[in-house]
Design a protein around this ligand. Structure first.
Ligand SMILES: Cc1cc2nc3c(=O)[nH]c(=O)nc-3n(C[C@H](O)[C@H](O)[C@H](O)COP(=O)(O)OP(=O)(O)OC[C@H]3O[C@@H](n4cnc5c(N)ncnc54)[C@H](O)[C@@H]3O)c2cc1C
Length: 421
């Protein structure tokens, strides 16, 4: 009998298994899919490296710093700042968060009105000093209400905050909790945005190193008995002293019979190959206008190895669940790219892959944190490790895995670490 069975080889499950294995426990991870990583995976398509959607790593995430060997990931920073697209017009925005001074000196840009540039600098000064995790406390409201209360103009909301934080929280309406906004703003100040040279999947691969992971096995039912848990799977029944459920929230709800589902934020990603560079930008491209594209990135400009020699790779993010077939989605996104780059260049883009992700994150409106589930479940011997217990994202998933492992180990320091620390 295993000491611990971990269900799900996403970042939460891998982190839990890694901490427990390092502490000497006999741990086995069961993963329904054909590879590890859950939502953080990469694949090769015709020599291009495509991540599962457009994902980046905030290097300041505390759990990332504790659990990952960042040097071994060969991280490539995405240049700070962004390019704000308004149709054919492209304005480079200084780095409003890490280097607010750059906004003041970038006289060429007309993206943010001067008073708003000063407000960004003021916000950065306010958020720079408290311990980052304390930014998750205090009164809550939507990010939009918070920014308006700080005095930001609608122009700045539309041109920077909606598309940039729309890309982070997968909602352009800025309805996400202002606590999370403040925490992520601080993460952006304390570190960089980067991607592993060989793809985000390297993060999952590193966490999985040395772990006992069985792929292609789906857990269907959990039953608690005194001193052990029986685990029904598509490959037969197993037993363990303890079980950690680290699946997506909807599956966790089914396995635990608990109200863990929080809904899903969906998104779609269009990966385009290009035989020549039509845009030298390695910065994020933010669409300030209403349309299909929220943000886009010539990832091969920032990370040349992501495309074969002489080729280029563009990824365009469409938020939500587009209610049109792929061909129509592709046509709409191309039409917007044609406005950005001209008809002729847009025609030479080759559609490599269109990916729709049903559950990318869960919605986190103001006040969401009041309803977070804990790690304990109603099934004796069964714990939950999921971004659900903290915040939707890499930090939330990894810290949840750490905490579930700390509970198994009786590690008081790990158990009492605050959310976001
Ligand atoms: C497109 C996209 C963009 C994102 N951008 C960012 C970002 O920029 N920054 C950030 O911090 N976060 C981002 N996220 C969120 C981040 O990827 C997730 O929060 C995190 O990966 C969740 O990890 P997890 O382990 O909790 O869940 P998952 O990754 O969902 O892993 C759950 C695992 O459980 C397995 N499983 C499910 N059911 C069973 C079963 N019955 N039996 C066995 N196995 C099962 C699944 O196959 C899966 O491998 C993004 C996510 C997506 C999809």
């Amino acid at each position: 009998m295993q000491d611990v069975l971990v269900i799900g080889a996403g970042l939460a499950g891998l982190t839990a298994a890694r901490v427990l294995t390092r502490a000497g426990r006999r741990v086995r991870v069961l993963e329904a899919g054909a590879e590890v990583g859950g939502r953080v995976r990469s694949r090769r398509v015709e020599g291009f490296t495509l991540d599962a959607g457009f994902q980046v790593l905030f290097t300041a995430y505390p759990a990332v710093r504790r659990q990952l060997k960042l040097d071994a990931l060969d991280l490539v920073p995405i240049p700070p700042a962004a390019v704000v697209r308004r149709g054919a017009r492209a304005d480079v925005l200084g780095d409003p968060i890490r280097d607010p001074g750059s906004l003041l000196s970038s006289l060429t840009t007309q993206v943010l009105p001067l008073p708003d540039k000063l407000r960004v600098a003021k916000l950065a000064a306010q958020l720079r000093t408290p311990p980052p995790h304390t930014l998750l406390n205090g009164p809550d409201e939507s990010t939009q209400d918070y920014l308006r209360r700080q005095g930001f103009s609608e122009a700045s909301l539309d041109r920077f905050f909606r598309p940039f934080f729309g890309g982070v929280f997968l909602r352009r309406d800025l309805s996400t909790s202002a606590r999370l906004f403040r925490y992520y703003f601080r993460m952006l100040m304390d570190g960089s945005i980067a991607v592993p040279r060989a793809g985000m999947g390297q993060i999952s691969a590193q966490l999985a190193e040395g772990l006992d992971v069985t792929l292609g096995v789906r857990v269907t039912r959990l039953t608690s008995h005194p001193g052990m848990v029986s685990v029904a799977t598509t490959a037969g029944d197993l037993e363990a002293r303890e079980v950690i459920v680290a699946t997506d929230p909807n599956t966790a709800q089914t396995l635990l019979g608990a109200d863990t589902a929080r809904g899903s934020l969906s998104s779609a990603y269009l990966h385009y190959a290009m035989p020549h560079a039509i845009d030298p930008q390695s910065r994020l491209l933010l669409n300030a206008e209403a349309g299909w594209i929220n943000n886009a990135h010539w990832i091969s400009q920032a990370v040349p190895g992501r495309a074969p020699e002489g080729q280029h790779l563009l990824i365009a993010t469409v938020l939500g669940r587009p209610e049109v077939p792929d061909t129509e989605l592709d046509a709409q996104v191309r039409a917007e790219l044609a406005v950005w780059y001209g008809e002729a260049d847009a025609r030479t883009l080759r559609t490599l892959h269109i990916e729709r992700i049903e559950h990318a994150q869960y919605p986190q409106p103001a006040g969401y944190a009041a309803h977070l589930p804990g790690h304990a479940t109603t099934l004796p011997g069964v714990l939950l490790a999921s971004e659900l217990t903290s915040m939707s994202g890499i930090q939330g998933a990894m810290e949840s895995g750490e905490k579930a492992a700390a509970i198994v180990l009786g590690d008081l320091a790990g158990m009492s670490r605050p959310r976001g620390a």
